[in-house]
Design a protein around this ligand. Structure first.
Ligand code: FAD
Ligand code: NAD
Length: 478
């Protein structure tokens, strides 16, 4: 006998669990199956994000930044801190506590919303049925009108630098180091590379990041990414662009990495090597191919504008459908799908997805770069605001970075915001709202910003578009 549900969600990460909760809130009898197992074999909802991604990385970024600021900034504030020491075991325990408080929170939300949470694996059987296998091997069949695939993604494993879990690790391994490596190599200067590189470099690892592309964070506006690169390099991160890794061989003394740069073959030995060259969709054991769920050439589940796959009653959201591999994009899709199943008209605005790299300074953006806007045929105007003259940033001892706005000359409409600086992750919300509301530069120019706040720099950027910024670094237009 199979248990009957309205909605069964397979995967309890940011794509899956909000979908399940929203579906239940809308009156659907809902189950969420999640297979995540922690290293200590404990189960937890929350997927990669809460267990081995967004949250643990942010916990370590916060701890390591605090350490770095105490080392480098405390004396400027007139605070003597003596000799600082790192208790990595305690730092890691705090990280785990933060994660587990949040994963425990999902359990509470499931109970409060009457979602049946099941720990184990889900497999599509066809005909509206899912086979659930608990971690102890017990099997059960669930039936549902709507089945949602939210099985997420996993790290790309390079043949030339295969993970061994010891010397050559993925991002999860790199979050769990029990000692600060003396030397650390990272393949890929993407988001994971620079965030985890920042963590371990601040804690004392001599860190080299090898990036195949000639440009740093190419999705960020070139002016801002160049500025961010300068700040990160000054902090001690050795980011080598145009460095194509050829091989990585782990031995007793470390990992020997060979890479090609400027036509030369170079060699470097590291204690540990993190491979952070992207993530790929995870559909292993799901039964998607057996059922004939259409996948694209890279293995992502194909969906239409309403997250429906080619199989009736089967939907998909989150990393497994591709696009930006971000937790908030998965959350929005999961919620939109639940609401659409209930007959609502919720839509996700893919033109206003916020992106943040949690380095110091932080890097954040939404919408088009200047280059992308020009390529799309816009006549572009831009404005730059600087944190250098910001009273708040100076008081924080963090007066570095800039905000750039990209706008359409014809309509004055804002097309993008790209920024690096203190807490730009938080300032980004205003920028996203501007894009969501199709705001013009004039709309934001007329919006009063508190003083002294970091948001004044965003205001300066918008005013600078027409040469009106009082603290301008643009030449004012007459
Ligand atoms: P996942 O979170 O991967 O969840 C999928 C879940 O499904 C997992 O629990 C998995 O075990 C389970 N599952 C898979 N197959 C089955 C099956 N057959 N049956 C049952 N369960 C199954 N994004 C941000 O927005 N901000 C950040 O700061 C950020 N930082 C990150 C840092 C790191 C180190 C990493 C690796 C990622 C980070 N991300 C960040 C990306 C973010 O984690 C993902 O975009 C997000 O987790 C995707 O959500 P998802 O639900 O699609 O997939
Ligand atoms: P990424 O796509 O951001 O970066 C991978 C980098 O590796 C690219 O710059 C690529 O050019 C480089 N690369 C690929 N092959 C290489 C090779 N052989 N040698 C040298 N460089 C090589 O991927 P990621 O950093 O692994 O992150 C994966 C996903 O996780 C991303 O989609 C990201 O959105 C998400 N994530 C988000 C956050 C955040 O929002 N703050 C944090 C971490 C991860």
């Amino acid at each position: 006998m199979s248990e009957q549900f309205d909605v069964v969600v397979i995967g309890g990460g940011p794509g899956g669990y909000p979908c399940a909760i929203r579906a239940a809130q809308l009156g659907f009898k809902t189950a969420c199956i999640d297979g995540w197992l922690n290293r200590d074999s404990s189960t937890a909802f929350g997927g990669t994000c809460l267990n081995a991604g967004c949250i643990p990385s942010k916990a370590l970024l916060e701890s390591s930044e605090l350490y770095h600021r105490m080392q480098h900034e405390a004396s400027a504030h007139g605070i003597g801190v003596g000799k600082l020491a790192i208790d990595l075991e305690k730092m890691q325990a705090r990280k785990q506590t933060v994660s587990r408080q949040l994963t425990g929170g999902i359990k509470t939300l499931f109970t409060a919303n009457k979602v049946t949470g099941l720990h184990g694996y889900g497999k599509l059987l066809g005909g509206g049925q899912v086979e659930f296998t608990a971690h102890d091997g017990a099997k059960q069949t669930l039936s549902a009108k709507y089945i949602v695939i939210a099985t997420g993604s996993e790290p790309v494993n390079l043949k030339i630098a295969a993970f061994d879990g010891e010397r050559i690790v993925d991002s999860w391994g790199a979050l769990d180091f029990t000692e600060v490596p003396k030397s650390l190599g990272i393949i890929g200067a993407g988001v994971i590379g620079v965030e985890l590189g920042s963590v371990w470099s601040r804690l004392g690892a001599k860190t080299v990041i090898l990036e195949a592309l000639p440009t740093f964070l190419p999705m960020v506006d070139a002016q801002i990414s160049k500025e961010a690169l300068r700040h990160l390099t000054k902090q001690g991160l050795d980011i080598r662009l145009g460095a194509k890794v050829q091989s990585a061989k782990a031995g007793a003394k470390g990992v020997v990495v060979e890479y090609e740069s400027g036509g030369e073959i170079k060699k470097e030995t590291f204690d540990k090597l993190i491979v952070a060259v992207g993530r790929k969709p995870y559909t292993s054991g799901l039964g998607a191919e057996e059922l004939g769920v259409a996948l694209d050439e890279r293995g992502f589940v194909k969906v239409d504008a309403h997250y429906k796959t080619n199989i009736d009653g089967v939907y998909a959201v989150g990393d497994v459908i591709g696009g930006a591999m971000l937790a908030h994009k998965g959350i929005e899709e999961g919620v939109a799908l639940a609401e659409q199943l209930a007959g609502h008209h919720t839509q996700v605005n893919y033109n206003a997805i916020p992106s943040v790299v949690y380095t110091a300074p932080e890097i954040a953006w939404v919408g088009l770069t200047e280059e992308q806007a020009k390529a799309k045929g816009y006549e572009v105007k831009t404005g730059m605001g600087s944190f250098a003259p910001s009273g708040r940033a100076k008081a924080m001892e963090q007066a570095a970075g800039s905000i750039k706005v990209i706008a359409d000359v014809k309509t004055d409409r804002i097309l993008g915001f790209h920024m690096c600086g203190p807490y730009v992750s938080e300032l980004l919300a205003e920028a996203v709202l501007a894009l969501e509301f199709a705001a013009t530069c004039e709309d934001l120019a007329l919006t009063m910003h508190g003083h002294p706040t970091l948001s004044e720099t965003l205001h300066d950027a918008v005013l600078a578009v027409d040469g009106r910024a009082v603290h301008a670094i643009n030449k004012p237009k007459k």
